[in-house]
Ligand binder design. Sequence first.
Ligand code: ZN
Ligand code: ZN
Length: 489
Amino acid sequence: MITQDGWLDWAIRVPGPLDKCYSASNTGIGYVPHSAVGFYGGWAARLFSEERRPDGRYTPYAAASVHGWIAYDGTVTQHYPLTASCWASGCEYPNSNFIAFENEGGLEPHDEPLTPAQVQANARIVRELAAWRGWSDIRRPRDAQDTAATLYEHNECTRWGSAPTACPSRRIPWESILAQAGEPAVVVTTPVESPVTPPAAGRTVTVHLDTGLDAVMDIDEYARGVLPYEMASGWPIEALKAQAVAAKSYAIAAGTVFSDTRSQVYGPLRHSDTDAAVEAVRGVYLANLGQIVMPFYFGHCNGRTRSPSEAGWSSVADRPYLTGVDCACGNTSYFGHGIGMCQRGAQAMALLGATFDQILRHYYNGIQLLGFRDSGDGQTPPPANATFYVVVEGDSLLALAGRFGLEWPALYTANRQTIADPNILPVGCRLIIPRAAEEDGQSDIYVVQPGDTLFAISRRWGCSVADIAAANSLGSETLIRVGQRLIKP
Ligand SMILES: [Zn+2]
Ligand SMILES: [Zn+2]
């Protein structure tokens, strides 16, 4: 079974680094079994890799995460709770809505079939996920447009924007998995003890935990447990601060909140940057006529936010601070209700240099910032002597890198502060265009691209994996990483 906090109670727990979880909590509406294209040692080295860019952030190689690992013998090792969003399936939608497990093997040949024990383990995971999240239907997509299925392969996530070069998944025997997943699930629920925090000095909020217990907690402690789920660690600090003020104000105005999406998700994850954002806006709240108000917020809009009546919310009256405003998030559809602050828009504004108070005043027209002393206009001048490019609809990191004669990792590195996820380029965001790297005429050097494997490269070059390994002193290391340079043997 799956515990209330999202762990398979039959799996080995090897928690991965918490700061490799991505974005908000996972809705668990689907499942993606991946092919590891290798063995556990290689994957574990990547999961626990501390490899960082000069600015301190993980490299794309080190940033990857997945809920767990299914070994040849069917043993399942779980790295993250199923409520977490891992950087596994190539873009935001599958990462934050689907559960991802790697299946050991598939290095050579790529279509190495799963072992019977791996099939059983995948089926058990599907069965338990379906029971846990109440899936009405366990099925594969009907066609390349179907987004309502529950079972996808990594390379089928292109419908949400993932790169087509995802891990090869022809090894997944769907018929066998579906046949075994159809067996009735045994659902057992056991109550989980949860400490009840005593009331603290200052502002407090009562949180209905999903264990059924109520906890009265300090508002800042509450906000530290909300931010990692409501906005991704790694987003610009001013966006995180705006989110912290909105989340605190929401809770104080409500008085009592649920710990899930009925209010705001509250959980055990903590990150140093989200904690710092909460600390930076201690005592600051959104107010109207001196009263702390409930500031709604949501994922992203279509370029314009909405008032409650425009969103069809009859239970919430229109208010001056909840009118629709133009938004720079660069999206063309709504994710969420559209009322109040657009989180993607807050990110985009922060990337363009807006401070948290400017972001909040933009989305909440005429709002007061209780407890905040405004110090200057907060404008940051653009860096001198830089070449910029402003992203338009349809741009991708790979295509832009090609246009400017760069390898995409170089473009990504130069803009790591601006780009939270290399798969998502916010329209309107300003990229620094670095000078093309000199390759010293070494035409036999290849830069590893997303989705590449040694095996695939060896086939393109007409040589063997061993030849490449020898030419590059790779030894027994079989996993390569994006951006790595390989010498053609
Ligand atoms: Zn994959
Ligand atoms: Zn927006």
